[in-house]
Design a protein around this ligand. Structure first.
Ligand code: 5GP
Length: 112
């Protein structure tokens, strides 16, 4: 099981802020902004680079739920950024596809 599968199964505690039958979202343990939530598909896709056409509906659902998670976290009006890290240079550390939702302060561009 991946770390995030263990969080979904409540084997590892986390502050889960959203869940439905396909995705779940919880606060990052090492937040990089006042609001930092990870939005994760329950079905394991290791990374975006490994996704296939069979994942189209799930990835669409994930993206469409991001504004709902942002609304629940209180950053829908002030704005937020979605980040998906892919591979070594992308900064991926957990091989279970997830979308970072960051907000609560102005975010610099370009990212580091
Ligand atoms: P990545 O670097 O793969 O894009 O993102 C992985 C994220 O998972 C990191 O931001 C890291 O802080 C977060 N993370 C790692 N372990 C845990 C954990 O046990 N609980 C929570 N809530 N977040 C974690």
């Amino acid at each position: 099981m991946t770390l995030f599968e263990k969080i979904a199964a409540r084997q590892i505690p986390a502050d889960i802020v959203y869940e439905d039958d396909q995705v779940f979202a919880f606060r990052d343990i090492n937040p990089q902004a006042p609001v930092h939530v990870l939005l994760v598909p329950k079905r394991l896709i290791p990374r975006l680079g490994g996704a296939t056409d069979a994942d189209q509906a799930l990835l669409g659902h994930l993206l469409l739920k991001a504004p709902e998670v942002a609304r629940r976290a209180g950053i829908a009006d002030t704005g937020y950024r979605l980040v998906i890290n892919n591979g070594r240079d992308g900064g991926e550390t957990v091989p279970h596809l997830h979308c970072h939702i960051l907000g609560g302060r102005p975010l610099a561009w370009p990212p580091g």
